[in-house]
Design a protein around this ligand. Structure first.
Ligand code: SF4
Length: 344
């Protein structure tokens, strides 16, 4: 039987991860938000840092957003960090600091989708509900040989319903962990290790040699190419930084003067900026271009250090001493560039 076999495999092969040794919904929710679009090894130190500094949902709710973004720094997808804070506040204020204890109520929380709600409901409250992340979706579609596009909501619903049947009569938390672990370590997208799989003999894709063809999507994700130029204005040991607005991927974080263009030829944009704000330039130093890949975007980012006289007034930002910048929340690419600047 599928469920019993994968659970028994899981119990002897599982990776020891801290969020697996708890039924505290706050810790489980925290780990799930951190691990969205993030590999376990990358997410682990962040999880530990959050648990250490915010040991309860109330402590997280009481922190200010800048502090949370600073701890989140480097994980990317900063809206997750902001939603984490909003949800903590909501739980603290509207639920008396206690997480809702069921799948339906959990989905009402900000940033908590069907998968995360199912993970918390099953791991913390042992509710029988399948947690279908990308790993589980791959395992189930392959095991049952569902040859239909996984980006279609009807197919996702089908996998959810079939999983609900598959997990009948076993421990829901263990079942969900086992499926996801199998997908993360054995039933992987590439170099699938069917020879080590505990359900190989019952797996339809394995029998029919369709493992490499499942799962698939109907739509190809369109990648947007962006060309970003950062003018790093520097004057007498201070750097100009701007707090970004509320509505973009780096909302409320600090970065340099940014120009977006059709390519990375910066001369004309810099000349316009210098003229418009009456900047007296002493020196211009371009740095090697950085490629930054996101799920739907490929960004090419150029950093150009512009040393100038005095501290010209540029809109929306301020001049900061290098040691003061440490305390500001910043996207990872800005943190990395500041390291280069410091060692220059
Ligand atoms: S036999 Fe291969 S394809 Fe089937 S569930 Fe196991 S690892 Fe996945």
């Amino acid at each position: 039987m599928f469920a019993k076999k994968i659970i028994s495999w899981y119990l002897t092969n599982k990776r020891d991860l801290p969020w697996r040794n708890t039924d505290n919904p706050y810790y489980i929710w925290l780990s799930e938000i951190i691990l969205q679009q993030t590999r376990v090894q990358q997410g682990l130190p962040y999880y530990e840092k959050f648990v250490e500094n915010f040991s309860t949902v109330e402590a997280l709710a009481a922190a200010d957003e800048g502090e949370i973004l600073r701890y989140w720094q480097g994980l990317g997808y900063y809206s997750r960090g902001r939603n984490l804070h909003k949800t903590a506040k909501l739980i603290s204020e509207n639920y008396g600091g206690r997480f809702p204890d069921n799948f339906k109520e959990l989905q009402k929380l900000k940033g908590v989708g069907k998968y995360t709600a199912a993970a918390v409901a099953s791991f913390a409250f042992n509710e029988r509900v399948p947690a279908i992340d990308g790993n589980a979706l791959r395992v189930i579609t392959r095991f049952l040989e569902i040859f239909e596009p996984i980006d279609h909501p009807t197919v996702q619903k089908k996998v959810f319903d079939l999983s609900l049947e598959l997990m009948h009569g076993v421990n829901p938390a263990l079942y969900n962990q086992a499926v996801m672990e199998l997908g993360a370590t054995i039933c992987t997208p590439k170099r699938t290790q069917c020879d080590s799989c505990p359900v190989r003999l019952e797996c339809k894709s394995y029998a029919n040699k369709t493992v490499d063809k499942i799962p698939f999507k109907a739509k190809k994700t369109k990648i947007r190419h962006r060309f970003l130029q950062y003018f790093v204005f520097e004057s007498a040991g201070e750097v100009w930084l701007k707090k970004r607005g509320e509505s973009d991927i780096w909302a409320n974080m600090f970065d340099f003067y940014l120009v977006e263009g059709e390519n990375l030829a910066f001369t004309e944009n810099l000349e316009n900026c210098v003229r418009e704000f009456g900047i007296e330039v002493v020196n211009i130093t371009p740095y090697p271009t950085v490629n930054h890949i996101l799920t739907h975007q490929k960004q090419q980012i150029a950093f150009i250090k512009v040393t100038c006289i005095g501290k010209p007034k540029l809109p929306g930002g301020e001049w900061y001493k290098l040691d003061k910048i440490e305390d500001l929340p910043k996207p990872k690419i800005i943190v990395d560039f500041l390291e280069i600047l410091k060692n220059d």
